[in-house]
Design a protein around this ligand. Structure first.
Ligand code: ADP
Length: 175
């Protein structure tokens, strides 16, 4: 199985990369972002600061890569999901772009296993079902054209998301 699902804390994942649902400042925040910086230690923030000094804020849909500090993963890929305001097509497209750019950056760094949180479904307010459909479609489409990444794991913190993904992935045939 190239796409797998589990419920838990993404900071514990021993994958090559974990993805962070960052904000544009790249300087940390609440939710999964806070958890990653707390568990990973200051090395992650230090690198984020350098990236920010070099290239400015990170726009929604973009992704950057840093060390994972003390985390068991090798890298953290920080991507900025869109905020759900009106539920416009643009907002939905940006969420797909966030997944795609994260996967592209991962492949570029020879990442084989990568874990995603449910980007934009916390304080950024995307409806969970809509976000999950976009996430599964993006990852599925990416994997069809990539043979470097061997496993993508959706790590759901909340049972509600876990149930939505279980349902969605059960409808999917093998890749
Ligand atoms: P966003 O600003 O993109 O909405 P949040 O961090 O507020 O980001 O929420 C994104 C998702 O991350 C939510 O579904 C939330 O439940 C989940 N989350 C929070 N902490 C963790 C964690 N330690 N591991 C995995 N997912 C987490």
């Amino acid at each position: 199985m190239k796409i797998t699902l589990l419920q838990g804390d993404i900071t514990k994942m021993e994958t090559d990369a974990i993805v962070n649902a960052a904000n544009s400042s790249l300087l940390g925040g609440g939710g999964v972002d806070g958890a990653i910086h707390r568990a990973g230690g200051p090395a992650i923030l230090e690198e984020c600061r350098k990236i920010r000094d070099r290239q400015g804020r990170c726009a929604p849909g973009e992704a950057v890569i840093t060390t994972a500090g003390r985390l068991p993963a090798k890298y953290v890929i920080h991507t900025v999901g869109p905020v759900w305001n009106k539920g416009s097509e643009e907002e939905k497209a940006l969420l797909r772009t966030a997944y795609m750019n994260s996967l592209q950056l991962a492949a570029k760094h020879d990442v084989q296993t990568i874990a995603f949180p449910n980007i934009s479904t916390g304080v950024y307010r995307f409806p969970k079902q809509v976000a999950a459909e976009i996430a599964v479609a993006a990852v599925t489409d990416f994997l069809k054209n990539d043979n470097k990444i061997s496993n993508v794991i959706f790590v759901c913190f909340e049972k509600e998301n876990y149930d939505i993904y279980t349902q969605l992935l059960s409808q999917q045939g093998p890749l």
